[in-house]
Design a protein around this ligand. Structure first.
Ligand code: 5RP
Length: 219
């Protein structure tokens, strides 16, 4: 099974969690794109859809879904999204696609958050994948200097502007031994819009696709 097959398998496994009348939040990335491809199969169980990015909205609309805003729907029943890394506590690094802020909002609004990954993304300690931080453009250098004091090396994702008009810093060389503490610490730096650590609000269910099928971890 290659990585794409695994992404498809994880995405398909998530369909079972969509109950009749679900208000559904949809994340961003190549794994979620696999989910959107099969989502029409359960269209009759979906009450409404909210999206975490322009890219996902476009793909959802191409598949015939009308995308609503979170302000219209209120809290949602279920949020399904991928991740760049997960530990066994279902704490995540997200934001490789740059949609971390809206993803965080949808995760917070969701009664249940299901994360779909292939098995290469399950790690012992978070931090091999560079940690994305969305920052106000005028605060980019300030945030980078503060991150350096935490022994992280922040590199601007050049030429990339988020859906919110901001920049992304990708932080290398962080050993994330305490994700909840680091998330709070980075959030306190003025100019940080959101950090791609999902530790205070981890996933509730992790679906991990491997060569022998999809297995599940719950918090
Ligand atoms: C986007 C994300 C994605 O969920 C994460 O980058 C994983 O993407 P992919 O499914 O393409 O590996 O957080 O901001």
């Amino acid at each position: 099974m290659d990585a794409t097959d695994k992404k498809r398998a994880a995405a398909r496994a998530a369909l079972e969690f969509i109950q009749p009348g679900t208000k559904l939040g949809v994340g961003t990335g190549s794994t979620v794109n696999c989910l959107i491809e099969v989502l029409p199969e359960v269209r009759d169980r979906i009450d409404c859809v909210v999206s975490s990015s322009r890219a996902s909205t476009r793909l959802l609309e191409e598949h015939g879904f009308e995308v609503r805003t979170l302000n219209e729907t209120g809290d949602i029943d279920l949020y399904i999204d991928g991740a760049d890394e997960s530990n066994k506590h279902l704490q995540l690094i997200k934001g490789g696609g740059g949609a971390l802020t809206r993803e965080k909002v949808l995760a917070e609004a969701a009664r249940r958050f299901i994360c779909i990954i292939d098995d290469s993304k399950l790690v012992g300690m978070l931090g091999s994948f560079p940690l994305p931080i969305e920052v106000l453009p005028m605060a980019q250098e300030l945030v980078a200097r503060r991150i350096l004091k935490m022994r992280g090396h922040a590199i601007w994702r050049e030429g990339f502007v988020t859906d919110n008009g901001n920049h992304i810093l990708d932080v290398h060389n962080l050993r994330i031994a305490n994700p909840i503490e680091l998330e709070a610490r980075i959030n306190r730096i003025p100019g940080v819009v959101a950090v791609g650590l999902f530790a205070q609000r981890p996933a509730d269910i992790l679906l991990i696709a491997g060569d022998n099928g999809v297995r599940e971890i719950r918090t």
